[in-house]
Design a binder for this molecule. Sequence first.
Ligand code: FES
Length: 257
Amino acid sequence: MNLTLKIWRQKNAKTKGKFESFKLNDISPEASFLEMLDILNQHLIDEGKEPVAFDHDCREGICGTCGLYINGRPHGPERGVTTCQLHMRKFKDGDTIVIEPWRAKAFPIVRDLVVDRSAFDLIMQAGGFVSVNTGNAPDANAAPIPKLDADRAFEAAACIGCGACVAACKNASAMLYVSAKVSHLALLPQGKIEAAERVQKMVAKMDELGFGNCTNTYACEFECPKNISVSNIARMNREFLSAKLFAENPSAIDMGD
Ligand code: FES
């Protein structure tokens, strides 16, 4: 395949960026998208030019590092996959591919296609954990958990924190990410003890870091490589409202799930 790549180049968050065009020939349709970028970078290095900076780690769809905005969509044209799982057979010979970094105020550009997503880590540090002493690991069946709750918690826990939801949202909202993290803990007994405190702290941190609000466009769910459902946002809103009401009036009844 012969391709034209239009790639965002930017030295750092303080300098202005611009698109740069590259011609790349003889790319195998079986190559992954990141392998295609590796080949481009090898050419650039051979020519004594600066390679394009892009993030990646596991290349197996697990770590959430490889976020790229490809032809106007987070992680490119295929649904339910990360950039590292995208293959060049999804494009056509002669295509022009536009590659940009995630664009959100809370994700400043580090260089080229690399953004600083430590805002997500700060949200997790605000409450995305279980800190109560739960003792030794109990027998698997000692704490019965309804199958539906276990399934929903597992589905929410599939979030890899890649930031595609933020990049897809016109408001750069992190609600899908935060709600997945809130949900997978709040649905399980180990996470219920701190649930009220957790949701308030994580939402406050999300707002403080400059993420926008949710206006129900569902773009986040559509573009999420792990198919995280927006029903988690509804659950987080219920958790948040319940926690607020309880804080103001401790005799208020927990609204539950
Ligand atoms: S490199 Fe880890 S998910 Fe893509």
